[in-house]
Ligand binder design. Structure first.
Ligand SMILES: Nc1ncnc2c1ncn2[C@@H]1O[C@H](COP(=O)(O)OP(=O)(O)O)[C@@H](O)[C@H]1O
Ligand SMILES: [Mg+2]
Length: 253
């Protein structure tokens, strides 16, 4: 088993505010790992440091042993990390299908010349992309919605679509920022089953989530952030029994 993500001594400062302080964490291939913590704990900032949105003040981020600290986000996507956002970011003027196809563009082979001449190989590639996108939509039971505009979908399916688009790049690590946020109970349960299926398919997943039941049910290991610091980690059982974790939650909620 290889280490897909390795975060070492990561610190992120924003003029005076320390959003992350000396964070160490890792994700092994095939794992589902959770990040929990109160609002403002630094969870999204951690994702932003991992995916190149922020250049960390200190520390390193390694993908499969390669130091990617400070790389541009598109480079990091190309190499194998894909994410969803806390606030849904779909392309509103595109269909459901096209939203997924866009997620593939970093991995397609079409170069500028074939794009200009619209060659047979390009058409074949487009067909392959479309077939693959439809397969991904099927995972979420959304194939019949492929020609709908993305914004016409209800909230739950929009979140699913974001995940489908992230998967389109064949990521080595899928990062989900509060995927169940705003979902109702049945949508959350459907998402839990989908995430579980993704694990069975061999995906490696790092997820931030507020819904404790969701996290405890699906994650094999959990990291707990509070005020930018890791205050605990381990299996769901270990984390639930950790006094520092209990205090952080009881003290704030
Ligand atoms: N770009 C930024 N500039 C300044 N402060 C930020 C920025 N991004 C996040 N923060 C601050 O960092 C802290 C952690 O935020 P965030 O990572 O969004 O928390 P979480 O996702 O755990 O709720 C918060 O105090 C937030 O206001
Ligand atoms: Mg957040």
């Amino acid at each position: 088993m290889s280490t897909v993500l390795n975060v070492k001594n990561l610190t992120q400062r924003f003029s005076g505010l320390v959003a992350l302080e000396n964070v160490n964490m890792c994700v092994e291939e095939g794992e589902i790992v959770g990040i929990i913590g109160p609002n403002g704990a630094g969870k999204t900032t951690l994702f932003n440091c991992i995916t190149g949105v922020y250049h960390p003040s200190e520390g390193t981020v390694e993908m499969l042993g390669k130091d990617i600290t400070g790389w541009k986000p598109y480079k990091i996507t190309e190499l194998g990390f894909a994410r969803t956002f806390q606030n849904i970011k779909l392309f509103p003027k595109m269909t459901v299908l096209d939203n997924v196809i866009v997620g593939m563009h970093t991995r397609t082979k079409t170069n500028i010349l074939t794009a200009i001449f619209n060659t047979k190989s390009k058409r074949e590639e487009e067909k392959r992309c479309e077939e693959k996108a439809i397969e991904l939509l099927k995972l979420f039971g959304m194939e019949h919605l492929k020609y709908e505009m993305s914004t016409a979908l209800p909230y739950g399916p929009q979140r699913d679509l974001e995940i489908a688009r992230a998967l389109a790049s064949d990521p080595k690590l899928l990062l989900l920022d509060e995927p169940a946020a705003g979902m109702n109970e049945s949508e959350t349960e459907a998402l839990r089953q989908t995430v579980y299926r993704l694990k069975q398919m061999g995906y490696t997943i790092l997820l931030i989530e507020h819904d404790m039941k969701f996290v405890m049910n699906i994650c094999e290991r959990i990291y707990v952030l509070d005020n930018g610091r890791l205050i605990g980690s381990g299996t769901p059982e270990e984390v639930k029994a950790n006094p520092a974790v209990i205090e952080a939650y009881l003290g704030k909620d």
